[in-house]
Design a protein around this ligand. Structure first.
Ligand SMILES: *Cc1c(COP(=O)(O)O)cnc(C)c1O
Length: 427
């Protein structure tokens, strides 16, 4: 793959210089985040472009989990709830996540799954806006967000109504009946970013609350919940926070709402004094009331390692590199495979999260051929090939090599192989 000099003349020199491998390697040498790659256990021969779906393994997880299992659990047994601080792990991990998403340490807690946290906060928000029954969201939101809303509606009958509006109609759909606006800040399929500040202000002006799903934002873009005056948020632990498969999720409740919101899953860990074992439920005063059952200590211990790495990274550098990698990928794909893929993500990096999606009718088979050659992205029905650029461990040369592999698969037609046509249970 060589630089097209005529094309170079037509675009700015700096961007064009990034189009050959040596230039990519030079960008990696100047990368202020380069050292973070060493903190991850990345398999030889793999270019991992799926950190938006399952983050890579932090090396520290091996030793930490070894210690939690052997010493804290094996040797110290039940004493570890006190001696190892297990009982406050949801708060500790939550506080660390808070530093990544522009929230106060007492506004975030790590618990349950994103789906369960959505249920808790959607239901609590409806109850906190009596007389209002409408929840506004958009079609094509992440399925679990829509499914949980449908479940809440079925549960509450005529006390809840869903208003599912295309992005252009969202603001007009918010009115005096609206209790809640639920949106995913970075779209899981296209990477498009919603304007959190503007939409939050619109909802609040109508007296509604906002609930932001940060699953594709936390650790990927510069999230500033309090800067946007956000009310509520949830997010995923196993994507850019590198918490491991099925890692606990997190939730955010702005301090001003904490006394007002009650979790419908009023389990004992959200009680004001769980170890008094009283019969009557009394919610804990702060964010702790959003806990339900006993925290998953193994899961939280792994998540803590991933979050710790992200919390040490400069957020501006993370965002700048994420935008640069996405831009580089788009340029290279369009240069090396002209006319073959449809860009499904915003071209302007400022409107895009840390992923780039391309549409192709045979996207599934092409992605399988890529994975077979060690370039791992994923596929989202009906035709979206999704490539994530986790800035802590993806390099510019990885982007270059990934596109070279893609070009080879397209030029040779290798993706037509029979083995690439059958879909697995997880795509
Ligand atoms: C990944 C993701 C989820 C995941 O929810 P789980 O309960 O962890 O399965 C939820 N919402 C969005 C927007 C996501 O991207």
């Amino acid at each position: 793959m060589s630089m097209d000099r005529a094309a170079c003349a037509a675009v700015d020199r700096a961007a064009c210089a990034a189009l050959d491998r040596a230039a990519c390697a030079a960008l990696d040498r100047d990368d202020p985040l380069a050292a973070f790659r060493e903190e991850f256990d990345l398999p030889e021969g793999v270019i991992y472009l799926d950190g938006n779906s399952l983050g890579a393994l932090p090396k520290a997880v091996r030793s930490r989990l070894g210690d939690v299992v052997a010493r804290e659990w094996g040797a110290d047994l039940i004493r570890s709830w006190n001696t190892a601080g297990w009982i406050t792990l949801p708060q500790r991990v939550g506080a660390r996540i808070a530093s990544i998403i522009g929230a106060g340490a007492d506004e975030v807690i790590a618990a349950d799954s994103t789906s369960v946290n959505l249920f808790k906060l959607v239901t609590a928000a409806l109850a906190a806006r009596p007389g209002r029954r409408v929840i506004v969201t958009e079609p094509g939101n992440f399925p679990t967000d829509l499914y949980i809303l449908q479940g809440v509606r079925d549960l509450l009958g005529d006390r809840a109504e869903l208003r599912v509006m295309e992005p252009g109609g969202l603001e007009d759909a918010i009115d005096g009946d609206t209790a809640l606006l639920l949106l995913t800040q970075v779209h899981y399929k296209t990477g498009r970013i919603h304007d959190m500040g503007r939409l939050t202000a619109t909802a609040q002006a109508a007296g509604a609350l906002t609930l932001w799903d940060l699953s594709h934002s936390a650790g990927a873009i510069d999230v500033d919940l309090n800067g946007a005056n956000a009310d509520l948020a949830v997010g995923c632990g196993y994507k850019y926070l590198n918490g491991g498969p099925g890692a606990p999720a997190f939730l955010f409740v702005a301090r001003r709402h904490q006394a007002l919101l009650r979790s419908p899953l009023s389990g004992w860990m959200g009680h004001a004094a769980p170890f008094e074992f009283s019969d009557a439920y009394a919610p804990a005063p702060g964010i702790d009331r959003m806990l339900c059952g006993t925290p998953s200590i193994l899961g939280l211990s792994a998540l803590e390692m991933g979050v710790d790495i992200m919390a040490r990274a400069d957020r501006r550098a993370v965002r700048a590199k994420s935008m640069a990698l996405g831009d580089l990928f788009i340029r290279l794909v369009e240069q090396e495979c002209p006319g073959q893929f449809i860009l499904r993500s915003p071209r302007d990096a400022r409107e895009r999260g840390s992923q780039v999606s391309f549409g192709h009718a045979d996207g599934y088979a092409i992605m399988q051929a890529l994975i077979d050659r060690g370039v791992i992205g994923d596929f989202r029905a009906p035709d979206v090939m999704r490539f994530g650029f986790a800035p802590l461990y993806v390099r510019h040369v990885d982007v270059f090599d990934a596109v070279a592999t893609l070009k080879d698969i397209m030029d040779s037609g290798a993706w037509r192989g029979a083995a690439y046509q059958t879909r697995g249970a997880v795509t």
